[in-house]
Structures are given as structure tokens and as C-alpha cells.
Design a protein around this ligand. Sequence first.
Ligand SMILES: O=P(O)(O)OC[C@H]1O[C@](O)(CO)[C@@H](O)[C@@H]1O
Length: 443
Amino acid sequence: MKTVTLDIAKTGIGIPADMKTKAQQANALLHSGEGEGNDFLGWVHLPSSISEADLGAIEAEAAKLRARADAVVCIGIGGSYLGAKAVLEALSDPFKLLHKEQTQPTVLFAGQNISEDYIHELLDALKEHSFAAIVISKSGTTTEPAIAFRLIKAELERRYGKQEAAQRIVAVTDKARGALKTLATQEGYPTFVIPDDVGGRFSVLTPVGLLPLAVAGVDIRALVAGAQEMERATDRSVPFEENPAAVYAAVRNLLYAGGKKIEILGSYEPKLQYINEWWKQLYGESEGKQGKGIFPASVTLTADLHSMGQYIQEGERTLFETIISVEKPAREVRIEADAENLDGLNFLAGKRVSEVNRMAELGVQLAHMDGGVPNIRIAIPEISARVIGGLLYFFEKACGISGYLLGVNPFNQPGVEAYKKNMFALLDKPGYEEASKAIKARL
Ligand SMILES: O=P(O)(O)OC[C@H]1O[C@](O)(CO)[C@@H](O)[C@@H]1O
């Protein structure tokens, strides 16, 4: 069963031979390591390099946390939480907390904001539950998760004592560097390594994503298997026309060159909302450089047709859409006839709700095309661990190819340091005395 089927018929784009050649060359660079950012290409063969021992160690640690805690807080920001959050949302029943019996620990997230109310309300809610924490940071120094971890670590130590707390904390970080690695070594936390050559936004298939997902009861072996299939399906040896990642990268660059500056990713399944969020970091942080790059936006449909629909249909014509279309829902619900038919919906009687959703999708696609918004369709057969694993790797590979086609280094993120310097200066961080004076003079 193919994980990803790309349909570019409604983009109005024909792919010239030279673009096909360039896309193949870009893909080859990801494998040869001769392109920019080649220190961060570990993700290219990550799926096929994950060993039985790797998976066994993750599953064993997850089992320990599951035995100890009803709630496990994943602390991280950006690529250190978005992958786990995206997969968990995609594979979870959104109403599971209403179920009388909770069969899995509840995986929660912290450290992705600096909201005082958020952390207070989380700590308050945890008072009623046994809990543990997975603290994730590749650099080991990012402020947001560091603040959250300091507060959650203190609560764990207050509640369980230092020794037991150390068995309720797992660190996922650099193998040798950073404050988190130092702390984990000093406190004796079980630790997993984020490979040096895998950047944060490409790290979902490392323990960054796999450990929280294993704790939540996700079939991480199926997730990895799906990514491995897509690794093979997008290999440098695959002809352009048969490589969905190369075709998607080429089409989006052609649309960008033709003036489409904003890509809107969307789907008609609310469970995929955080796939949008993961994708926005992956593409925004990889391509937004040198004053160029497609701006990654997102919608969840059909909900956002009632908020963004007007703009997409009639606003500035700098948009294109990429829609993830789920072919088969996991459940079945049919619309029943109503004796009075006051809502006038009896014409839908007997139809599955997904049939209505599919016709909405088709109607929207045609209306937006008619309005000058090219549409790329990424069809996936279902929402399952294997299919989501393949989709994640598809987007990662296409991102690497696309960044090289755009002429940027897709694997660094120099622009994220500016706000940090200002924040530290405004907070009078030691060593920022000069910067503090300068920035306060601007206020
Ligand atoms: O895992 P870390 O090092 O805490 O970084 C978290 C996120 O922050 C960034 O470095 C941007 O500041 C992202 O690239 C990364 O995913």
C-alpha cells in the first residue's frame, strides 16, 4: 500500500526537464553529502539505521515510565516536541480523556511556551496524578524548556524525593555537550542521545519523538517501518517521476518562482492539525533565509473555510495549497433520514459523513483553482503509524531537496539567535551588560 500519492494535476504546472534534473541533483547531494549543511544529513538514512537495540532500549524505558506514572510531561520546544505532538495527535482519540478507563498514560507537553498560567495549571493538575518527565533539548540550553524543567524537576523532587525523582526523569539530549547533558550526568538521569548529525526539526524518528510516542502506546515500530519504506521510495536512485518527494519539491519551487510566495498546508482531518505545525517548522526554518523562501501557513478544513476561506478565494493571488487527503477513515458514521427534514438534509440520508467531507474537499479544490490558487494533493490511504511514518519522511526528504533547489542551506537556523540575544539582554543575563544597556536605550 503506497503511503503517499502525489497529484499535481490541479497546479497547472508542467515540470520542465531542467527542473527535473536539478531536483535529482539536489536529491543526490543529500546522499553524497557534498551540499551545504552536510554536517546535518544523519536524518537521510536515519530510518534504515534504527536498530533493534535502539527500539528495545526506547521500549524498555517507556515501559518503566508507564509503570510509574499516569501522566508523563514531555518538555521541549520546536523540533524537540512538535514531532511527538504531531504523531500523537494524529494517532489518538481526541476525546480519550473522557473515557472512564484510561489504558495509557496521558502524555502532556511543557516548555513550548513561557506562559505562567500554563505551567501553573499544569503543575496544579499534576497534583492529582503520579507523573514523570521526559526533558528534550538537542542544545541542552534552550530557555523555554529549561525554565519548565526547573519547575517540574522541583515538583518531582518535592513529591518523590531526589532519588526517586531521578528515576522519573529521562533526558534526551546531546551525547556530550550542553547544560542538560551535564545535569543528567550529575543527577543520574536515564539518557538518550540526539545524534550530532540530525537537526532538531528532522529529529522526530530519534528518541526525541520515539520515546514519548512509545510512552503513549504508539506503535513506534510501525512508524519507523513506514519511514523506512519512504526512505527507499525517495532514494537518489528512484527516477524523478516516481519520486514523490522530488516532484513535490520541484512543483513548489516552480510555483514560488511563478510568484506564489505562501504555501498553505491543510487537511480535512482535525487529527492532522499538528502535522501542519511540525511541517511549518520543518519548511519555515529550513527555507526562510537570504530574504527568500515560501512562507509556510496552514489551515484545518473545513473549519477554516469559515475563517480563511474568503482570503484564500479572493485575497492576494500569492498562494498555493497543499492538501493532505485521507482516503479511508478508520470509523463509519452514516447520516440518517429525518421524518420532518426541517434541516433539509434528507438528500444526504444514507451517505457516510466521509462522503460529504470528500465532496467538500473536491468542491473547495475546484473553487480555489478557479480563484487562481494552485492545488497540490497528497493522498494518504489512512491515518496509521506506518502511513504517518512515511508521510513524515516524505516531507523531510522533500524539504532537503526543496531547500537545495531554492539555493539555501536547509540545515542551519542562524535567524533564531536574534530574539534570544535581545531576550537575554532585557533579562540582564550575566555577560550581556553591554547589550542590555543598548537595547534598553531603544525602549
Ligand atoms: O532541542 P533544542 O536545542 O532545545 O532546540 C529546540 C528548537 O529550537 C531551535 O533550535 C530554534 O531555536 C529549533 O531548531 C529547535 O528544534
